[in-house]
Design a protein around this ligand. Structure first.
Ligand SMILES: [Fe+2]
Length: 263
């Protein structure tokens, strides 16, 4: 009889711990599913932006890892990179972004609202991810304070946004846009070097420009543009790019396999 009480208490404590673990695991899965759903919505609306944000996320993670940032910050950077352009899907902007004509000054002003529109879209998540909306809102700020929407300067710009700004610019230069054809890797490197201390955080720009970093970015870029990747894209329909980013906190066993996806 004297052993019954401790065993019962121990079993109850174990049960509680297990239950807590299950609740946390389910919350993490729900959060990952929420982000993946939002990413699917971006793909469905604009596959070019979907592919762009994945490349930006992959470059931003390479830079963040090289800067020695911890896992929590890397996840934060990954989320900001993946959703930095979600504001472009706003109905007030989507026609402007898809219109091949040159932007009027009024349209240019409208385009500059996309960081704040993106932060508004993500606002319901701010209670769980306070850095997300702030990073998205700040991804067009510049180190010298001449960016938008708030003209933040230097380290007042969230770190997530400073990392994403470099990755975003690099991808914008190396991939074809509405008015400009894709420029070479070395031209993109030159542009990052020229923006050091004006557009970009100088320390992060210096790190980005080191030979080992450039080799990693080159590898990521080749991976994103590989024929194998393009074949996969064709198999899933031209407008459905294969995700480059695997949500690292997601248990793959619970997600749909690629062959289960709709064409
Ligand atoms: Fe943007």
């Amino acid at each position: 009889m004297p052993h019954i009480v401790p065993i019962t208490v121990g079993a109850a404590a174990g049960g509680l711990l297990y239950r807590e673990h299950r609740i946390r695991a389910n919350a993490e899965r729900l959060s990952a599913a929420t982000f993946e759903t939002l990413l699917n919505a971006i793909d469905a609306n604009d596959a070019v932006t979907g592919a762009h944000v994945r490349r930006v996320a992959s470059y931003a993670l390479v830079l963040g890892e090289a800067a020695g940032l911890d896992e929590k910050m890397l996840r934060s950077i990954e989320r900001v990179a993946l959703f930095h352009d979600v504001g472009k899907l706003h109905e007030a902007l989507t026609d402007i972004f898809h219109d091949p004509a040159k932007l009027t000054p009024e349209e240019r002003r409208a385009v500059r609202t996309h960081p704040l529109r993106g932060a508004e879209v993500l606002a319901p998540l701010s209670i769980f991810y306070p850095d997300l909306g702030k990073g998205v809102a700040a991804h067009h700020e510049r180190w010298d304070g001449t960016g938008y929407p708030r003209g933040l300067k230097g380290k007042r710009i969230p770190l997530t946004a400073r990392v994403v700004a470099i990755a975003d610019s690099f991808d914008a230069i190396t991939h074809r846009r509405r008015y400009s054809s894709a420029r070479s890797f070395s031209e993109a490197v030159k542009a990052i070097a020229e923006g050091r201390g004006t557009q970009f955080d100088p320390e992060l720009a210096d790190l980005f420009l080191t030979p080992p970093m450039l080799a990693k970015i080159d590898k990521e870029m080749r991976r994103a543009n590989s024929p194998q990747k393009k074949r996969q894209n064709r198999r899933q329909g031209a407008n459905r790019p294969v995700p480059d980013i695997t949500f690292r906190w997601r248990q793959r066993a619970n997600g749909p396999r690629s062959r289960d996806r709709l064409p």
